[in-house]
Design a protein around this ligand. Structure first.
Ligand SMILES: NC(=O)c1ccc[n+]([C@@H]2O[C@H](COP(=O)([O-])OP(=O)(O)OC[C@H]3O[C@@H](n4cnc5c(N)ncnc54)[C@H](O)[C@@H]3O)[C@@H](O)[C@H]2O)c1
Length: 306
């Protein structure tokens, strides 16, 4: 008996990296999996059916059920088709693991329109499309059951990049921030169906992190615990998808190695009702005191890497 027996999951971008690990983990716990992957290069260019096919084979070798769906998550109709594949093949959809994406990094002064548009498109529109078509299905299912709750889990993938405002990733940081607050909004709407929505912030060694300025941090150690092995992310996804997490919704969970953090929505650092109307002088009195001695940026919300 698995904690996800009888459940149906879509994992987007499941042909390699984190998506592959998440699909395998959900399958190990009993879920049937739609393996979506467009098979792009690391910068989002090109396409191939091979990665999704090979992960379906890996899942079937575990004795679990899986089917491919090769569509582009950021294409409205293709996204609807991926959801329909789950319903047509396995009879329902319970777990929507949004993971597909790529990065095209550059400083703002070097960023082209295409670098901006393509990264915003794959992450933000990709997440929205999959959430939208999934929630349409849940609404219809709940209606057909006379308004009874359904079993639904939305899991979105954001990144440290939005928390830290990574330099050289303005498009990626913006997209991941957008995904986070899209998911917060979905979490509220999901309450109508009894479903949940949460965001994960993974840190792991994949082709996205094994080159560039972070590569050395993510390297596999010669011996000892491999902190950034992507396999560590799987259990968090399976737990969020499980009945155990039915009351967990609207949260941001970060995991790497043996470490876990839970973030809530941004909280005010200053919450003050003034006795008089605001003037520049009054703002200077209150805000001047609040920001006294703080350095620009470094004393903001930035977090250390570990
Ligand atoms: N690796 C990390 O440390 C890390 C950290 C934070 C967030 N993330 C996020 O995790 C997710 C997975 O990244 P990864 O590191 O495994 O990268 P990856 O490049 O190994 O895998 C991404 C997969 O998404 C697929 N894909 C790309 N565009 C697609 C589209 N339009 N439709 C369907 N599939 C598409 C690719 O073919 C690829 O198989 C991404 O959203 C990434 O931003 C990764």
């Amino acid at each position: 008996m698995g904690i996800l027996d009888g459940k149906v999951a879509i994992v987007t971008g499941a042909g390699q990296g984190l998506g592959r690990v998440e699909a395998l983990e959900l399958a190990r716990h009993g879920a049937s999996i739609v393996v979506n992957d467009l098979g792009t290069a690391a910068d989002g260019s090109g396409s191939s059916e091979e990665p999704a096919r090979s992960v379906v084979e890996e899942i079937e070798a575990l004795g679990s059920k899986a089917v491919t769906a090769f569509g582009d998550v950021a294409d409205w109709d293709a996204a609807r088709h991926i959801v329909q594949t789950a319903v047509d093949t396995f009879g329902d959809l319970n777990i929507m693991m949004n993971n597909a994406g790529f990065s095209r990094d550059g400083m703002i002064v070097k960023m082209t329109e295409d670098m901006w548009d393509s990264v915003i498109r794959v992450h933000m529109k990709g997440h929205f499309n999959m959430i939208k078509h999934t929630m349409d299905h849940w609404r219809e299912t709940s209606k057909a059951q006379g308004g009874a709750p359904i079993y639904g889990r939305l899991i979105s993938t954001a990144s440290d990049s939005f928390l830290m405002g990574n330099v050289g990733q303005p498009n990626y940081a913006a997209a991941k921030g957008g995904i986070t607050f899209l998911t917060m909004s979905a979490a509220r709407e999901c309450q109508r169906f009894g479903a949940t929505a949460n965001v994960i912030l993974p840190r792991a060694r994949t082709r996205m992190t094994n080159t560039g300025p972070w590569a050395a941090i993510f390297e596999k150690p010669e011996d000892g615990f491999d902190t950034f092995a992507p396999e560590h992310i799987g259990p968090l996804v399976a737990w969020l998808a499980s009945p155990q997490a039915s009351h967990v919704s609207g949260h941001i969970l970060q995991l790497w190695g043996k470490h876990i953090r839970v973030f809530e929505r941004p909280q005010p650092a200053l919450d003050h009702e003034n006795e008089t109307e605001w003037t520049v002088a009054e703002l200077d009195r209150v805000l001047g005191a609040h920001f006294e001695g703080k350095k620009p940026v470094e004393d903001g919300f930035l977090l250390p890497m570990a």
